[in-house]
Design a binder for this molecule. Sequence first.
Ligand SMILES: [Fe+2]
Length: 228
Amino acid sequence: MILRQLFDKESSTYTYLLADPVTLECALIDPVLEQVERDLTLVNDLGLTLRWVLETHVHADHVTAAGELRKRTGATTAASAIGAPCVDQALVHGDTIAIGDIRITALSTPGHTDDGMTFRVGDQLFTGDTLLVRGCGRADFQNGDPGLLFDSITKVLFRLPAETVVWPGHDYKGFTSTTLGEEQRLNPRIAGKTRDEFIAIMNALDLPRPKKLDIAVPANRACGQVPE
Ligand SMILES: [Fe+2]
């Protein structure tokens, strides 16, 4: 598989390009509207055809490029069935998407938001904000629920092999990837913590409101088209 990790500095968002080297079909996970030219240039430079745009969840910190990419390439957009109503394909736990010989499996991992999905490709996971390197997404808006987040991390993700590679949806410290085993041992919010301890940690974070929340959430429910 061809795999590229792309970064948006303003929102610290990672976008992932996954491509089948034989058919040259590709998917983008969590593209950012301001980076649409960069991403399309990379797709074209590598001789790829964009088939799918996948969202791990409705984002609060940036506007998605999904609608713009769909308009310009004819790609199919997909996300959780309880996420943005604008997508072409609504996903539920266990659904698979094929790009050539590559199978992408959707795993329902709510908690950061109610529509959180992790995408699994073999021994690699694209976790969105469910699990970050030494952290996890907040759970205090968009129907977030710290208890559900703990369950998603420990009962869905941590049941996969420890060597599974984790590609996060964001990073704020310069990390790029991790493994499930590393996070089980070293993630300060989860390692050795009970569900109640995790909930207490999450409820005490006292984070500022995301700057783009009021713009990004309605725009992302419309696949990136800001409502008039
Ligand atoms: Fe998020």
